[in-house]
Write a protein that binds this ligand. Structure first.
Ligand SMILES: Cc1cc2nc3c(=O)[nH]c(=O)nc-3n(C[C@H](O)[C@H](O)[C@H](O)COP(=O)(O)OP(=O)(O)OC[C@H]3O[C@@H](n4cnc5c(N)ncnc54)[C@H](O)[C@@H]3O)c2cc1C
Length: 257
C-alpha cells in the first residue's frame, strides 16, 4: 500500500516537473477541439480514406498545428512538452490516420527550419502553419526505404533549376501536399550525393497515385509520386548541395524546435 502511494507521488512529481498549468490548459483546449472537430467524424473519415482539408485550417486557428514552431514563421510558442500534450489529445480521437495526416508537417518542415534561408521559411513554412498548405516529406522509394543512402531519384542541375526524375512511395499526405520536402540525388552514389529540395505540388511533370490501401491509418492519404522532368528552381534547395543525407538523419533522430 505504502509502495503504491510512493509510486503515485513519484509519478505526480515527475509529471509536475515537466507539465505546468499552461500545459494543462493547452491539453484541455486541444481536448475540446478533438471532441468537437474530430471525434464525431473519425469513423466516417477512416472509411472514406481521407479527412477534409479544412481541418488543417481549423487546427491552425485553434493554435494546435504550429505548436513549437517559431512565432516569426507563424508558429505558436510551446516547448516539447506542449507538443506532447497536443499530440496525446489528438491521439484520443482514435484515428492514427488523422493524427498522421495532420502531423505530416512535423516531418516535412524541420529540415527547412533547420537549414532553410529566411526567404525559404517565409515561402514554405508560414503557409503550412496557417493551414493553407499541406506539407509532406518524400524520401522512401519503391526500391527501398531503409537504405536512404541508395535512393535513385535524380535532380540534374541546369543553370538556375534542377530537372527531377524518379518516384517516391508511401508518402504521408502525398496525394494533396503542396510542399514536398524531397530527397534527391544531385551527386554521385551513396550518402554524399543526396540533397533536399522542396518540390511544389503544382510542378508540371509531378503526378500522384490514388491513396494507397493500407492495413490501418486509412484516413491518412499515403501516395506514390512520379517525377517526370520536373523543373524546380535551385532556390528551393534546402541547405548545401549533396549534404541532404545528414539533414535527413538529423530529421529522423532529433527534435529541432
Ligand atoms: C503508413 C506509412 C506512412 C509512411 N510515410 C512516409 C512518409 O511520409 N515519407 C517517407 O519518405 N516514407 C514514408 N513511409 C515509408 C517508411 O519510412 C518505409 O516504409 C521504411 O523506411 C521502410 O522502408 P521499406 O518499406 O522500403 O522497407 P525496406 O527498406 O525494404 O525493408 C524491408 C525489411 O527489411 C529490413 N531491412 C532493411 N535493410 C536491412 C538491413 N540492412 N539489414 C537487416 N534488415 C534490413 C527492414 O527492417 C524491414 O523489415 C511510410 C510508410 C508507411 C507504411
Amino acid at each position: 500500500m505504502q509502495l503504491a502511494t510512493n509510486y503515485r507521488q513519484t509519478m505526480t512529481n515527475t509529471y509536475q516537473q515537466y507539465f505546468s498549468n499552461e500545459h494543462e490548459m493547452a491539453r484541455q483546449a486541444a481536448r475540446r477541439f478533438v471532441q468537437k472537430e474530430i471525434a464525431p467524424f473519425v469513423d466516417a473519415w477512416e472509411e472514406a480514406g481521407s479527412f477534409p482539408r479544412e481541418l488543417y485550417q481549423k487546427a491552425a486557428a485553434a493554435g494546435i498545428l504550429g505548436v513549437g514552431y517559431p512565432e516569426e514563421w507563424g508558429g505558436v510558442p510551446g516547448d516539447l512538452f506542449m507538443q506532447i500534450v497536443i499530440w496525446e489529445e489528438l491521439a484520443r480521437a482514435g484515428s492514427g490516420g488523422v493524427a498522421a495526416g495532420l502531423g505530416s508537417l512535423n516531418i516535412a518542415l524541420p529540415p527547412i527550419l533547420l537549414l532553410g534561408t529566411d526567404e525559404q521559411k517565409e515561402r514554405f513554412i508560414r503557409p503550412v502553419l496557417t493551414g493553407e498548405q499541406v506539407a509532406a516529406l518524400a524520401i522512401t522509394e519503391p526500391g527501398g526505404g531503409s537504405d536512404v543512402a541508395n535512393l535513385q531519384t535524380t535532380a540534374v542541375r541546369h543553370d538556375d533549376h534542377y530537372l527531377i526524375n524518379g518516384s517516391k512511395t508511401f508518402i504521408t499526405s502525398g496525394c494533396r501536399a503542396d510542399v514536398l520536402t524531397t530527397a534527391v540525388r544531385t551527386g554521385g552514389p551513396g550518402a554524399q550525393g543526396i540533397s533536399l529540395l522542396v518540390i511544389p505540388g503544382d510542378t508540371p511533370g509531378l503526378s500522384r497515385s490514388q491513396p494507397l490501401k493500407k492495413m490501418g491509418w486509412w484516413a491518412s492519404d499515403t501516395a506514390q509520386l512520379f517525377f517526370d522532368d520536373c523543373r524546380v528552381p535551385v532556390a528551393n534547395l534546402i541547405g548545401p548541395e549533396n549534404m541532404g543525407f545528414y539533414a535527413i538523419m538529423a530529421n529522423f533522430t532529433t527534435v529541432h524546435f
